[in-house]
Design a protein around this ligand. Structure first.
Ligand SMILES: Cc1ncc(COP(=O)(O)O)c(C=O)c1O
Length: 421
């Protein structure tokens, strides 16, 4: 190969690299985030905020109510909506007093907040945590645990423990039995195992009142292509019905009007369509729709929760030790032209506005001053706000001092997150 050929190949290579260069994805704010930016610049207080879009929250709640109709009552999943104000607002709007809790302090908090609530545990708690609930309940409340709390039982051993707790407390406890519909997260694995537990309960004559079953079916939403969602749902529903059929043979223990809880944000729409073994569904996250809930079944739900944080510094996107490569890197990828340093960071959230911002994998993440890169087309300046979409609402809310409520482009209130230590 002579020199001319080599030069030709080199030029071709360069052309290829140039052709593969990322497009400029930077855009100024759209109208929605442009208005929010102006609002927060004036009234945001200059520190990172959790913002709830009340119109979108209302739209999500109305869509949920409309899909469920009167056929499928709703239980609000408190872990995904962990703010007293938010839960109270949604409980009123959606006309429910049913809550699902996953953490003992939250069970106490809900009992204090909603004296007429019906609380179902979404996971089995260690005996000492259940005992802690009774010890912390206090006697100034009208909340009656024997009527208003339902503990979750997943094994014969836990059944035995809760029987002893009921005896020690000298009060009946309500229980629901966790059943495994294919999620493989524990609970009674088949109707026979459920039958054995009910037989043990019958023999023990323990003061435990069976309310019904809880079977979560998130696996249906993640079913592999060779099974398909329809078949996964049919299998899961058939399993649920088989558990119910066995439970019904225990006429002395099984209530006439059992609680048949199931589903979640990921699958409620499938149950709302019709044929379902459930008589209530639990939903939380779909009301705020963090990004892990982007699915075809929730396509009509709207993201209603943002992290908003001010830009502290706007710089050309330099990288330590790589200054010599700087110009080449930025010319090739225009989305590296600017580096913006944010107030706070390292949230489980992704930048969404203005469009075209991303974390810098070469620079790394920071909880103090997170760096995001973007092209000059973002037109972002110091003191503008960057909006991030949380991946989950669970576990996020109490990272913030409060939730700011926005309606019609006005700040209309604040809710506190539930701080349960
Ligand atoms: C038992 C149970 N039910 C329902 C849900 C659904 O919660 P969400 O609607 O927030 O996804 C969950 C989520 O983990 C769960 O564990």
């Amino acid at each position: 190969m002579n020199r001319r050929h080599l030069l030709g190949l080199g030029a071709l290579g360069l052309l290829g690299i140039w052709a593969a260069r990322p497009s400029d994805s930077g855009r100024p704010y759209d109208d929605y985030f442009g208005a929010l930016n102006q609002l927060l610049k004036q009234q945001g207080g200059g520190i990172p905020q959790l913002v709830v879009d009340m119109q979108r929250l209302d739209a999500n709640a109305e869509l949920l109510a409309q899909r469920l109709g009167t056929k499928l009552p709703l239980r609000l999943v408190a872990k995904s909506l962990a703010s007293d104000g938010l839960l109270d607002y949604l409980a009123k709007k959606l006309g429910t007093r049913r809550f699902m809790a996953f953490h003992q302090p939250q069970v106490n908090q809900l009992a204090r907040l909603f004296e007429d609530a019906d609380l179902l545990l979404g996971k089995p708690l260690p005996l000492s945590a259940a005992l802690g609930f009774y010890q912390q309940l206090g006697n100034t409340t009208t909340f009656e645990p024997s009527r208003q709390v339902t503990w979750l039982i997943d094994t014969p051993q836990r059944l035995q423990q809760y029987a002893e707790l009921a005896t020690a407390l000298k009060q009946p406890l309500q229980i629901a039995l966790e059943i495994d519909l294919g999620l493989a997260r524990g609970g009674f694995s088949d109707p026979q195992a459920l039958g054995q537990a009910l037989t043990a309960l019958r023999t023990s004559k323990a003061p435990l009142t069976v309310r019904g079953l809880m079977g979560y079916d998130a696996q249906v939403a993640h079913s592999p292509p060779w099974i398909g969602r329809d078949r996964a749902l049919a299998d899961s529903n058939a399993r649920y019905r088989a558990f119910v059929a066995t439970a019904q043979t225990f006429a002395d223990l099984w209530p006439a009007d059992p609680l048949l809880n199931g589903a979640g944000s990921l699958t409620y729409a499938l149950h709302a369509r019709g044929d379902t073994p459930l008589n209530e569904v639990s939903v939380g996250s779909a009301l705020l729709k963090p990004s892990e809930f982007d699915s075809d079944l929730l396509a009509e739900h709207l993201p209603a929760l943002w992290i908003a944080t001010p830009v502290l510094k706007a710089q050309t996107g330099e990288l330590p030790y790589l200054r010599t490569l700087q110009t080449a890197l930025q010319t090739w990828d225009r989305n590296r032209q600017q580096a913006y340093y944010l107030y706070g960071g390292r949230w489980q959230a992704d930048p969404v506005a203005p469009a075209g911002l991303s974390y810098d994998s070469l620079y790394g993440r920071s909880a103090n001053q997170e760096r995001v890169n973007g092209s000059s087309a973002t037109a972002l300046r110091v003191d503008d706000w960057v909006f991030l979409r949380p991946q989950l609402s669970e576990g996020l809310l109490d990272d913030f001092a409060e939730l700011r409520l926005v309606r019609n482009n006005r700040l209309v209130g604040r809710w506190l997150p539930q701080n349960m230590g």
